[in-house]
Design a protein around this ligand. Sequence first.
Ligand SMILES: Cc1ncc(COP(=O)(O)O)c(C=O)c1O
Length: 459
Amino acid sequence: MNHRQIILPQSEMPRQWYNILADIKMNPPLGPDGNPIAPKDLAPVFPMNLIEQEVSSERWITIPEPVMDVLSIWRPSPMMRAISFEKALDTPAKIYYKNEGVSPPGSHKPNTAIPQAYYNKEFGIERMTTETGAGQWGSALSFACAQFGLSCRVYMVRISFDQKPYRKAMMETWGGQCVASPSTETKAGRDALARDPNTPGSLGIAISEAIEAAVSDTSGKTRYSLGSVLNHVMLHQTIIGLEAKKQFDMIGDYPDIVIGCAGGGSNFAGLAFPFVSDKIHGRDIAIYPVEPMACPTMTRAPFVYDHGDTAGYTPLMPMHSLGHAFVPPPIHAGGLRYHGMAPTVSQLITEGLCEPKAVTQTEAYEAGVLWARTEGFIPAPETTNALAQVVKEARQAKEEGREKTIVVSWSGHGLLDLGAYDRYFSGELNDIAMSDDDLQKSQAVFADYPKPKPMKSTP
Ligand SMILES: Cc1ncc(COP(=O)(O)O)c(C=O)c1O
C-alpha cells in the first residue's frame, strides 16, 4: 500500500515560529508625513505585544503554551500524498499537500487567529473587530475569540455575505457578529455606498470599516485584527511549513517546487517561508505564489508604497498593489480579491526568490473538480488556484519525464462554497482578465506616493 498520510506526532509540533525578517531586508512602513512609523503609532489599532512581534527581527519566536494548547485541537496538520490526483494526471511528479482544511473553521486562518486572540486577551482587550473576504477569516477569528472569551465583530465583503449565508451562521455559532460591508455603521462604509450603492464591496473597504470601528471605541478595550498581509500574521502561519519540513524529513524527501494561492499572502507564506530560508541559504527550489488573473496584484501590478485599505487609514506599505481604490470583479475566490500583497511576499518577488503565477477561474475550478473526484476533499475556491498551478507543473514534469516533488498548501475546504461549484457546473462562471487600460487607471491613486528603495537580502 502507498502511504498517503505523513502524520507528525503531536509531541513533534514546532514550538517556535520562524521570522523571515531575520533573513530579508525590507522598506519600512510610512506614516502620513512620509516618515517611517514608530511602534507607538500603531497602538490605537493593535495591542503592543503584537506590535512588538510585527517589528521583531528575531529569527525564532516561542509559541506561548496556551496557544500551543488550542492549536493542538487539530495540529500538526497531516501532510498527504495526492496519489489519485497524480494517477489522473499520469505524471511522474510526486504531489504532497499540507491539509489545512482540518481546522475547526476549515482553513489555515486559525493558525494566526488563535495567537492574535491570545495576545489581545493578555493585553487586556475585550473586543476585536475585523474584515473577512470569503468568510474563512471571520469564522476563524470568531472561533479564536470564543476560545479566549473575547467578543468579535466581523465586516464581511458584501458579495461573499450574499453568496455564503452559512458563514455568518458559523460566526454566530462561535459568538461572533457579522455585518455586510460596506455598511452604514462607519464613515468608510457610508462613503463607499455613496460612491456606488450597488458595490460588491472589497477587502480594502471592509478593512477600513473594521479599523474605524476599533479606533472609535473610546473605552480603549477594542482592537483591530488582520487575517493576512502583516508580518506577524505571516510569522504565525510558518507553523505550516515548519511541520511540512519535519514531515519531509520523516520520508526522506524534499520539495523541488512549493506552491500556494495568495490573496494577502498568508497561507502561501506559511508553507513557503521556511523553504525560502533554505533558498536564501543556497538551496535550489522553485517557489510559486498563485493568484487569479482577475486580480493580478503580483503578476501585473508594480511594487510601490500604497495603503492596505480603501479609506487610507493604514500606513503606506511597500508592496505589489493594484491601487487601494481597486474593487476587484466578483470572482468566487473571495479571499483572493485583494488589491495588495504582503510586504514580505512582495519583497521576495522583487528579489526573484518567489516567482508569481496567475491562473484563470476556469483552470482553477477544473483543477478543483479533478481534485475532488480523485482525492475526495472539496477544496475552497481560493485553494483551487494553487491546484491549477500544480496541474501545470505536473504536466510539465510529464513532458520532461522528471520525477519532481511538489508540495502545495491546501488552504481550506469548500464545503460552504458549493454555490460557486454549482455556478461552475451550470456554465455561469467566466474568465475575467483585467485590461491594460483598467490596470493603468487603478494605479493613479499611488502616483504621488514615495517609492520603495531596491533592497537586496541575498549575499
Ligand atoms: C481557504 C483560503 N485560502 C486562501 C485565502 C487567501 O488568503 P491568504 O493569501 O492570506 O492565505 C483565503 C482567504 O480568505 C482562504 O479563505
